[in-house]
Design a protein around this ligand. Structure first.
Ligand code: ZN
Length: 288
């Protein structure tokens, strides 16, 4: 059985973690760009970024996202950049969608789109039907590919609804994120049920929260899926939480697993083709 090339997506920073928990967490645009460069060299292709203010607080401000994107593209022109439209801190559409309006060389390739409301261990992530559809429409208008974040089976049914309404289009990229308290637990049965519910041929990645990250990543690699890894979802290398992880170390470990299973890492061009992204024009970088 040919499982195809593997695309590694790194969620570098997130909203919740801070440097007191793990000093390796990249927070400033420069730290994020440096981490991207190292993760790219290790084999990662998609970079899921969250912006922070100088004091470490999460921010939606497009100026800061723009600075991150510009620095990442300077260091790592072939990186596929996926920005967050998360509603966990910012509830208004104009805040969540602001980053989608960045122009020219600062325009993101992809953006997160969570397909339902759900609980995290200590708070709710609220995504109303109107919010999801408005974000999907804005991404479609702007030519930005959604990273479809799925925490439970019913969210895939909602994806089918959006497909019928023409609000999301092929090729799809689904992130199946298991192991959060309040949504689907990290079992092979849950992952298999989700994969079977996807549109045929859809591209999907498996991710797990906390100690389930490596486990779900390995399942996904074995099943022919792609992976999402990174400090946003997990701060440690071991389930006993003794060894702090870095983003490049998490990527490198998955590359070793993929090689052991004879799965090749997608080149930047192959990853762009699989995701339906146009090749990056090197000339656009000169205008940075
Ligand atoms: Zn995120």
């Amino acid at each position: 059985m040919e499982l195809g090339k593997l695309i590694i997506n790194v969620a570098l920073t997130g909203i919740i973690p801070d440097k007191r928990e793990n000093p390796h967490l990249p927070v400033t645009p420069e730290e994020i760009a440096r981490d991207c460069e190292q993760c790219f060299a290790a084999g990662a292709r998609i970079f899921h970024v969250h912006a922070r203010e100088a004091d470490g607080r999460p921010t939606y401000r497009p100026e800061i996202y723009g600075e991150i994107i510009s620095r990442v593209r300077e260091r790592c022109p072939e990186a596929i950049i996926c920005v967050s439209t998360s509603g966990r801190r910012f509830k208004e559409f104009h805040q969540r969608a602001a980053v989608l309006d960045l122009e020219g060389p600062l325009k993101p390739d992809m953006a997160s789109l969570t397909l339902g409301s759900h609980n995290f261990p200590r708070e709710a992530s609220v995504n109303s039907p109107e919010m999801i559809q408005s974000l999907a429409r804005r991404m479609q208008d702007r030519g930005i590919v959604p990273e479809l974040e799925i925490f439970d089976l019913g969210m895939i049914d909602y994806a089918w609804y959006l497909i019928r309404k023409g609000m999301i289009r092929e090729p799809f990229y689904f992130n199946l994120i298991l192991g959060s308290l309040g949504t689907a637990s990290a079992t092979p049965y849950n992952l298999a049920a989700m994969v079977r519910a996807l549109p045929p041929g859809a591209c999907w990645a498996g991710g797990g929260l906390g100690r389930f990250q490596f486990y779900v990543n390995c399942l996904a690699i074995a099943m022919g899926g792609h992976v999402r890894v990174g400090l946003e979802d997990n701060l440690y290398l071991d389930p006993g939480k003794r060894q702090l992880a870095t983003n490049p170390s998490l990527v490198a470990r998955l590359v070793t697993v993929a090689q052991a299973m004879a799965r090749e890492i997608a080149t930047p061009e192959e990853a762009r083709e699989i995701l339906g992204l146009t090749p990056r024009q090197s000339r656009t970088l000169s205008s940075l």
